[in-house]
Design a protein around this ligand. Structure first.
Ligand code: ATP
Length: 407
């Protein structure tokens, strides 16, 4: 039988370097002359970049969409099928369940288990709960060496910060929030005559904390894009955002001003060198990275966020030098700096390790309890530290997904 193992890493470990060392056979000498494949968002990003540059696509999804137009889950399933068709002699699987619904998780786990009878599976994971059931050998990397570990003790997973400083006070005279903030009335969206969501009726009010759930491809990101102003299909639908009926002459900037947005995809392709402080201020302009001269008031609010994150002393450091967990805290401050009535989080903990997921959840819970900002987040993963008040569920069907409040 081939050898299978899991490497439990933290966000502080250099994953790319680890992958390169595994491929070179430094850790597992038997792999050095074998043909390997990498099942990872790193590979998906490479294929998406190739689609953008060369206009053709090699990885085919169930819906025959390009990867760019596919949902996260569709992309991952398509990547695994593509990898299998290349007949690798071992597979490195990274963040195996990220972005996948329960059915897809079980499909991928079964497929990998089946493959494990023939080839080696090397798993890289930063979430204890994700370790594949057929893998018994678990390692950690310390000072460049693999060390076997028996168990990962949940009690050791503690957050290092507690966000003691209060959130910044409103910098504009707070007007009474228009309620509901979001109102969908019988909203139906189709792409190429395929109905994605059908007759959605849903309201989000000021200060509420919502989770949106549904299987891969059920239309969660589509609903988010109707709210954040990025989807022209919102026109012609009965959608009222912040008291303004969609299509009644509002500008996209009127909407963007009121929505703080974070997605685990937001940094795809971002390479600009910018300081942590500038990154937070750039939230006032809806850019990623600062291109304008901020006002004194804006700088002051950003400074207060730096204190909340306990990053004031490192405010001039390069944002990209931070660990992914700390980058995400900065991006939440960036989304919140304009004190929007609504904060949207699309798969916010995807890719975070156990410690950083707990830290991140602490910040979101603080925003939920100390501000009037409503929060809407999408996640397949049940983050036990995140406690939404309401859940809206999309259920896929042949005529598109229908929606219902389930909590
Ligand atoms: N621009 C587009 N053109 C064609 N089809 C699209 C486009 N955008 C999305 N779709 C399709 O709409 C469906 C819903 O996609 P969406 O990203 O909203 O799903 P999701 O619920 O967020 O899925 P996941 O959990 O996998 O991220 C998918 O089948 C996707 O392929």
């Amino acid at each position: 039988m081939d050898k299978h193992l899991a490497v439990y890493i933290s966000n502080k470990d250099n994953k790319q370097a680890l992958i390169e060392r595994i491929i070179s056979g430094q850790f597992i000498s038997t792999l050095s002359n074998l043909k390997g494949a990498l099942f990872s968002e790193i590979t998906l990003n490479k294929f998406i970049a190739e689609e953008i540059h060369h206009g053709h696509f090699d990885v085919v999804t169930e819906t025959k969409n390009s990867l760019q137009k596919s949902s996260e889950g569709e992309r991952k399933k398509a990547l695994l099928n593509h990898i299998i068709s290349q007949n690798p002699e071992y597979i490195i699987v990274d963040n195996v369940f990220g972005n996948l619904d329960i059915t897809a998780q079980s499909y991928i786990e079964k497929t990998l288990e089946h493959l494990s009878k023939e080839i080696s599976i090397v798993q890289i994971t930063n979430r204890k709960a994700d370790i594949l059931s057929f893998i018994n050998d678990i390692f950690q990397v310390q000072e460049g060496e693999f060390f076997p570990i028996k168990n990962i003790d949940e009690s050791e997973i503690t957050e290092s910060k507690r966000f003691v400083e209060a959130l910044p006070q409103p910098y504009k005279i707070a007007s009474t929030p228009v309620n509901p903030l979001v109102c969908f009335n019988n909203v139906t969206i189709a792409y190429n005559e395929r109905t994605i969501v059908n007759n959605i009726c849903w309201e989000i009010k000021s200060g509420e904390f919502w989770q949106l759930i549904g299987s891969n491809g059920s239309g969660k990101s589509t609903l988010l894009s109707l709210i954040s102003g990025d989807n022209p299909k919102a026109y012609g639908q009965d959608i009222t955002l912040f008291g303004i009926k969609k299509g009644s002459g509002e500008s996209i900037w009127d909407i963007k001003e009121k929505v703080g947005y974070f997605s685990s995809e937001i940094l795809r392709g971002f390479k600009r060198s910018d300081s942590i402080g500038n990154m937070i201020v750039s939230g006032f302009y809806d850019t990623i990275g600062l291109y304008k001269m901020p006002t004194h008031a804006q700088i002051k609010i950003a400074q207060q966020w730096l204190y909340v994150l306990d990053m004031f002393d490192i405010r001039k450091s390069n944002f990209l030098s931070l660990s992914i967990g700390h980058q995400r805290l900065v991006l939440i401050a960036r989304a919140m700096v304009k004190q929007p009535p609504l904060l949207i989080l699309d798969e916010p903990t995807n890719g975070l390790d156990d410690v950083d997921a707990k830290l991140f959840s602490g910040l979101i819970n603080k925003i939920a309890s100390e501000s009037n900002t409503a929060i809407l987040y999408v996640s397949h993963r049940k983050e036990k530290n995140l406690k939404p008040e309401f859940i809206y569920q999309l259920t896929s069907g042949s005529n598109g997904s229908i929606g219902k409040k389930v909590l």
